[in-house]
Design a protein around this ligand. Structure first.
Ligand code: UDX
Length: 422
């Protein structure tokens, strides 16, 4: 099929490369010329494992990228994958979704086509763009179809997740729209859940709310475990074998970051409150996570009374391993606290330093782990990068004091250290 994808963020581009890999003809469209230029050179505008490799294989064969929206003219299916950023009150900004709908209406294919919203949008949003899509006279259900198809891609493994989904959710305006989208996914041997549009929108929010809550719950258990001298990770192992719980997303630590969990939970809270319902668990999930992020600084202060003038090595800035993304990363809040307390901050991350420089210019960015650790009074590990997992006592030997605290479970038993909840 001929597919157009509007928006080349990590969801749009990974979806595009994924469909191209499956043999479809994909056109990726973005207003950002810089992004399109990079993609056309075979360079994804962000770091994502294996994406560059796979992009190069399909580029100019099965995938092309352009800033010209008119190219949607030949499409059978048009995906909207633009951002839905948070507004101050937590609700989502639909500006880019509405703009994409305007463009689809202006450059609509002459034949029947299906519009698919993949961006994360609160229930009823997809229905709300119908008047924009119809503004030039074409009718939904007759001239074009409409679906909502949430993504469940994790950064760092996004392409793998696209190609190996647990299930595919298709929210449909009518059966014909859903049938066409299901055909597009026909090579996947997984359950396909067909729903109406707003149910599909809610499934995405419910997944992220559930996962965020699961992490906050294990962090709460972890905080109690730490006080009792119990290893949280042994507890997680013990409960993870229970099929009702599952072993995933039970890693306690310095809280969740990233572009989705907080943003989506806040949007759901905002939506619920507009409907007159107070979502208590979701609010607590966010509150606990905000406290959890900087707990590591309080633990550090128990060991070093005053941080003023002390050299603190921070290993890991990305919100998780496998990405250069620092959106909502615990490292941002932790560095802010360390700065307020007058610490001298030396950071290292294999991928995310350039992004962090846009937030903090006045901290020290190190070329390698050794430079960050040399003469340090303490070391905080905030991302679960593989290279940190390999660190041994020798790597820490040049520190002034061997105070090592982890926000993610990284170091083995050989290196003496402490964790946020272990
Ligand atoms: C998430 C969702 O998983 C994905 O389905 C959605 O489409 C986008 O948001 P992502 O943000 O890329 O994906 O990463 P994820 O692996 O879910 O981790 C999010 C945060 O939670 C990270 O900071 C991670 O370190 C943290 N986390 C994850 C924990 O603290 N403990 C865990 O057990 C798992």
């Amino acid at each position: 099929m001929k597919i157009s994808i509007i928006g080349t963020g990590y969801v749009g581009l990974c979806t595009g490369v994924g469909f191209a890999k499956l043999g479809h003809d994909v056109t990726c469209i973005d207003v950002d010329e810089d992004k399109i230029e990079k993609i056309n050179k075979g360079k994804p505008p962000f770091f994502e494992e294996n994406l560059e490799n796979e992009l190069k294989k399909v580029l100019n064969k099965k995938l092309k990228a352009n800033t010209d929206t008119k190219l949607i003219k030949n499409s059978d299916v048009i995906f909207i994958c633009v951002g839905t950023p948070s507004k101050k009150d937590g609700s989502i900004d639909l500006q880019y979704i509405n703009e994409a709908a305007e463009e689809i209406s202006d450059f609509a294919p002459d034949k029947y086509f299906v519009v698919v919203v993949k961006s994360t949008v609160v229930p009823k949003t997809t229905e709300s763009i119908i008047p924009i899509l119809e503004k030039n006279g074409k009718k939904v259900g007759k001239d074009f179809g409409l679906c909502m198809n949430p993504e469940f891609l994790k950064e760092g493994t996004a392409l793998h997740d696209f190609l190996n989904p647990d299930r595919i959710v298709i929210g449909e305006y009518d059966k014909k729209s859903g049938d066409i989208l299901e055909k597009l996914y026909s090579k996947f041997n997984v359950p396909i859940i067909r729903t109406n549009l707003r149910t599909a929108e809610m499934i995405k929010y419910a997944v992220n709310a559930f996962l965020a809550t699961k992490i906050s719950l294990i962090n709460e258990i972890g905080n109690i475990c730490k006080k009792l001298g119990i290893d949280t990770y042994e507890v997680a192992k013990g409960i993870g074998y229970d099929k009702r719980i599952s072993p995933y997303f039970l890693s306690a630590g310095c809280g969740f970051g990233g572009s989705c969990f907080k943003k989506d939970s806040l949007a759901l809270i905002n939506e619920a409150e507009k409907l007159g319902y107070e979502p208590k668990i979701l609010k607590d999930t966010i509150d606990l996570n905000e406290e959890q992020k900087t707990k590591i600084v309080s633990i550090l202060e128990e060991k070093i009374k005053t941080l003023k003038g002390k050299k603190i090595a921070v290993l890991g800035l990305a919100f998780k391993a496998g990405t250069d993304d620092i959106r909502d990363a615990p490292s941002i809040e932790i560095i802010k606290k360390l700065k307020e307390k007058g610490a001298k901050i030396f950071v290292y991350d294999p991928k995310a330093m350039e992004n962090m420089m846009k937030i903090y210019r006045d901290i020290n960015y190190c070329k390698n782990i050794g430079e960050a650790l040399k003469n340090a009074d303490a070391c905080l590990i905030l991302t679960d990068w593989e290279e940190f997992k390999k660190l041994s006592n020798k790597d820490f030997s040049k520190m002034k004091k061997k105070i090592i605290i982890e926000g993610r479970k990284v170091l083995g038993k050989k290196v003496k250290h402490e964790g946020v909840c272990w």
